[in-house]
Ligand binder design. Sequence first.
Ligand code: UDP
Length: 330
Amino acid sequence: MKVLVCGGAGYIGSHVVRVLLDKGYEVVVLDNLSTGHRQSVPEEAALEVGDIRDAACLERLFLRHEVDCVMHFCANSLVGESMEKPIEYYDNNVYGTLCLLRSMVNNDIKHFIFSSTAATYGEPERLPIDEDTPKHPTNTYGETKLAVEKMLHWMEGAYGLHYKVFRYFNASGAHPSGEIGEDHAPETHLIPLILKTAQGIRDKIYVFGDDYDTPDGSCIRDYIHVMDIAEAHILGMEDLVKSETSDVYNLGNGNGFSVLEVIEKVKAVTGKDFTVEIADRRAGDPGVLIASSEKAQKALGWSPVNSSLEYIIETAWKWHQGHPEGYGLV
Ligand code: UDP
């Protein structure tokens, strides 16, 4: 079975590619390398450099490769940036996905796995967040992902295109080999920023707000290991191909950790001490986001086995130590 992984050179996509190959699937990666890294794509995967908004490129790709399932990770995904550049976010995340779906329909490809986000929920009305929690995105990024989720519903009715949507909470950690990991420019995510501080690449870590309604005042998030996310995608795809049933699942581990707790854990795992400074809240940050992933666990037999905070930090630390400059310049 051949799987097209759009965005397979990015952080989450590259981990999914490794797990697909390990399980014996044939993999084609489509990536425009705007934020992805050529070096993260192993030789066993065919890399096509191109953009999902380029209809001719998609048609050529589907002519060359008989694809059974498309996994879609291409997106702009920075909350702050999405508020400043909504046109770019709608263009890549919504219009880009529309182009991809159009080409899939033209080529009679009926299985689609979509990468969505906890940002679709906004400030949640209840905790833990299950899939039926009302969705009121507080930023353009979450809104564009929700727009695609809605689009998929109508596509299924009209074209029989079946899908699984995964809403990730805080993706983190790295492949246990230390060969691939998180490399964003600019980096805005908490765990890589703390690790860069532990390495001495940054001089301090800022805690964005210590006056939230949480035990220590800092924000609480649900960190989920990227290998658990990858495993869920394969289970979701296998279920989709067998059952032809579309569904939406949260992916989190159900445990929340505060920013200060994550910092303490990094100090313990790395044995490094560094400066921590309390700063203002970051605009748009909800105080607490914790997932219920019971649905994925029950329906797909998935379990977040790699998602202890310690293992997340250990694997990310291994990646950062081996790649202090990430993948380096292409
Ligand atoms: N955060 C922080 N300092 C940083 C980066 C992030 O205190 O330098 C906080 C941020 O406010 C949030 C949590 O860490 O509460 C996780 O942020 P991240 O950007 O990693 O993921 P998000 O939850 O925004 O998807």
